[in-house]
Design a protein around this ligand. Structure first.
Ligand code: NOJ
Length: 519
């Protein structure tokens, strides 16, 4: 009992300490038609990696071959077992009052060979069941067609470095529209091509783990843009009139802030090489890769005595074909970086081509991920940058979230760090919308449940619900952040700090009472 009281006193202090770093703390309201949702991805939660006819993906393959690539030698073979527990997942999406659930379809679960030679009926059925369960609970499905798990069979043909993969993607998209399009109205073609194309530069051991820096990531990006455009045009020509849905793409971006007054150009280059790489071809008026990118890669390639630029060239016809192929801009955003003049990265590589040194400030509040600092004002800056670069494009935040680690109380149910993160980022997004006029129409929290965080495996937790991975039943338990965000999704109000203190006190009283009853 004595120990329990100390614990409560510690938690009470932590909860009562003002955590908001922004100046403002008043109540904020989002319009009634603003959408709230929560996201996940197939490889990170489904498990059942080889069940019911699923084919091997590049992540299955890489981590079976190289368990040492992940922090704790684990992989997504079982993950949170959502393949069998999807009803539990839908239940908690509902508990959080979310308007929609963003999940991804595993390409090799539907097409084990990557192409149409074999359609896996069990895989098709799994997503039909998931979609039906969502709709029965009043939740809109938002489908990501590709969240990094390419069929390994297509990797054997070169994966995204092979331009023909774009046509395979078109076939896969066709099957998805045909099969689910009467029920799914929100489609995201690709998730973070900037990240998955790093799997061809050997920078990080992202699947497929191909090491061709300065070439591989650009080839991958080129194919990915064509693939995205194929899916968009297909929907436009064949499905839109009947199905009346929307097709977009999800790009991610840091906010890059100049380290000093003299680093403004470096910061602009950094964002052009990261976000502009994919956003410019799709969302700008002129289309094509950003000019600074074309010029710098061509110049560096010439210095390397190459006969052509390492950045592939689009024909004018292709530029026109890719331009304007999105009904909305899906944005994943987590944190801010400093950019300064200088060069870093392998020679050659996209990082070196960008000509910027990327760092963070050690004093920015940290998370469970070394790359993720809590820097909410960068969110507003980034949204304004997008509006300035691409005009009044409709934006939906498709991911935003905070990680903690297994070892601290924060990683378990009283995740105040995550609550603070959501509060501050929502406040900055609110300013971008209602003060600056950026057209953001929805917000998606990453992520529904603790899951397989790629190379950091189960050590970094981003979930709104806790998953006990050592317990065979993989029970999902609500964290404080899920209650917090669930209330916001229901009321469309970010409460003032005063109201939050009252809510925290009630929560503490409940904990205290529980501890007295079960000391
Ligand atoms: C973006 C990716 O889409 C997602 O898969 C990942 O878990 C989060 N970032 C957090 O790193």
């Amino acid at each position: 009992m004595y120990r329990a009281l100390i614990f409560v006193a510690v938690v009470a202090f932590a909860t009562a300490t003002p955590t908001l770093r922004s100046e403002d703390n008043e109540e904020l309201r989002f319009d009634d038609n603003f959408l709230f949702g929560v996201a996940s991805a197939a490889y990170q939660i489904e498990g059942a990696w080889n069940e019911d006819g699923k084919g091997e993906s590049i992540w299955d393959h890489m981590l079976h071959e190289h368990p040492e690539y992940t922090e704790d030698r684990q992989n997504g073979d079982v993950a949170a077992d959502s393949y069998h527990r999807y009803r539990d997942d839908v239940k908690i999406v509902k508990e959080m009052n979310m308007d929609f659930y963003r999940f991804s379809i595993s390409w090799p679960r539907i097409l084990p060979n990557g192409d149409l030679s074999l359609i896996n009926a069990k895989g098709v059925e799994y997503y039909n069941n998931l979609i039906d369960e969502l709709l029965a609970n009043g939740i809109e499905p938002m489908v990501t067609m590709f969240h990094w798990d390419l069929p390994y069979a297509l990797q054997e043909l070169g994966g995204w470095a092979n331009r023909h993969i774009a046509t395979y993607f078109r076939d896969y998209a066709d099957l998805l529209f045909k099969t689910y399009g009467n029920k799914v109205k929100w489609w995201i073609t690709l998730n973070e091509p900037q990240s998955f194309c790093r799997g061809y530069s050997g920078d990080h051991f992202l699947a497929p783990g191909v090491e061709h820096p300065g070439v591989g990531e650009y080839l991958c990006g080129h194919t990915a843009l064509l693939a995205h455009a194929h899916a968009y045009h297909l929907y436009e020509e064949t499905y839109r009139a009947k199905q009346k849905g929307e097709v977009g793409i999800t790009l991610n971006s840091f906010w890059y802030t100049p380290k000093t007054e003299n680093d403004k150009n470096a910061a602009e280059r950094a964002i052009q090489f990261w976000l502009g790489w994919f956003a410019n071809p799709v969302f700008s008026k002129e289309g094509n890769y950003p000019q600074v990118m074309r010029e710098r890669v061509a110049a560096n390639s010439a210095k390397e005595k190459l006969r052509r630029s390492r950045l592939p060239v689009f024909t004018q016809e292709e530029i026109n074909y890719i331009k304007g192929t999105a009904d909305f801009f899906g944005l994943n955003h987590y944190t801010t970086n400093y950019a300064e003049e200088g060069e870093e990265g392998k020679t050659p590589s996209a990082d070196r081509d960008a000509g910027a040194i990327i760092t963070q400030n050690a004093s920015w509040p940290s998370s469970g991920s070394d790359w993720l600092k809590v820097t909410p004002t960068g969110f507003r800056d980034l949204l304004n940058w997008i509006r300035n670069a691409y005009g009044d494009v409709r934006i939906i935040i498709t991911e935003n979230g905070f990680s903690d680690r297994n070892t601290t109380v924060d990683g378990i149910l009283l995740d105040d760090g995550r609550v603070t993160y959501f509060e501050e980022y929502l406040r900055e997004m609110h300013k971008a919308i209602y003060t600056d006029g950026v057209k953001v129409f929805g917000y998606t929290a990453w992520t529904l449940i603790d899951n397989f965080e790629w190379l950091h495996s189960y050590q970094e937790r981003f979930g709104l619900y806790y998953v006990n991975f050592s317990d065979p039943s993989l029970t999902r338990s609500a964290k404080k952040s899920s209650i917090y965000l669930g209330e916001i999704a229901l009321t469309h109000v970010v409460p003032s700090q005063g109201v939050q203190l009252i809510a925290s006190s009630i929560l503490l009283a409940a904990i205290l009472l529980r501890m007295c009853i079960f000391p």
